[in-house]
Unconditional design. Structure first.
Lengths: 114, 111
């Protein structure tokens, strides 16, 4: 696609429910990142995929969070048993490779947990 | 632990002023430092710096890196209301492909 596409753009859920956030990166980009941005804060690294290598999961805040990337393209971030502190904007970004540095970001998925 | 710290956290100026935003970092095996502008949702890329002392320039924006003192500055001259945004600094390491972001500087330019 022309840019990084994320869905849904907005998600309101009740505490305890599971949510899935989707990211469709730019075609041909091998690196894919998930970040979380709480109100007025910077970007918190969550997870990074590079080609067929094992993902870097070092930023996932708890075992309720998981992500996968199927076929080296689309990625899904899953949050189980959501908590109010999970409320944030979840940003996905892709890059041609992990070494180019320049990330192209999607518009984000705003998650609100009631 | 890798760390990126930006200052100030927020700044209010008037149109025409010049501003300097700061980014300091601690990272193992530094590879690159990037600046992004975030107006509403998706951050957009401004500069990538890898070498000390070489200024990158784009219109009224410029940036420079000091790898000895571990910091970078982003300058904006003759500010305009359209420069109002959050400016994010990120650092990449050779050890890993991930970019670590600072907290951001919120710039408000008043008419």
């Amino acid at each position: 696609g022309a840019g990084v596409s994320q869905s849904p753009s907005n998600k309101v859920t009740e505490k305890g429910k599971d949510v899935e956030l989707r990211c469709d990166p730019i075609s041909g980009h091998t690196a894919l990142y998930w970040y979380r941005q709480s109100l007025g804060q910077g970007l918190e690294f969550l997870i990074y995929f590079q080609g067929n290598s094992a993902p870097d999961k070092s930023g996932l805040p708890s075992d309720r969070f998981s992500a996968e990337r199927t076929g080296g393209s689309v990625s899904t971030l899953t949050i189980q048993r959501t908590q109010q502190e999970d409320s944030a904007v979840y940003l996905c970004a892709s890059s041609q490779s992990s070494w180019t540095g320049e990330l192209f970001f999607g518009e984000g998925s705003r998650l609100t947990v009631l | 632990e890798d760390k990126v710290v930006q200052s100030p956290l927020s700044l209010v100026v008037h149109e025409g002023d010049t501003v300097t935003l700061n980014c300091s970092y601690e990272v193992t095996n530094f590879r690159s430092l990037l600046w992004y502008k975030q107006e509403k949702k998706a951050p957009t890329f401004l500069f990538m710096l890898t070498s000390s002392g070489i200024e990158k320039k784009s219109g009224r924006l410029s940036s420079i890196l000091d790898k000895k003192e571990l910091f970078s500055i982003l300058n904006i001259t003759a500010t305009q209301t359209g420069d109002s945004a959050v400016y994010l600094c990120a650092v990449g390491s050779s050890n890993t492909g991930k970019l670590i972001f600072g907290q951001g500087t919120t710039l408000q330019v008043k008419p």
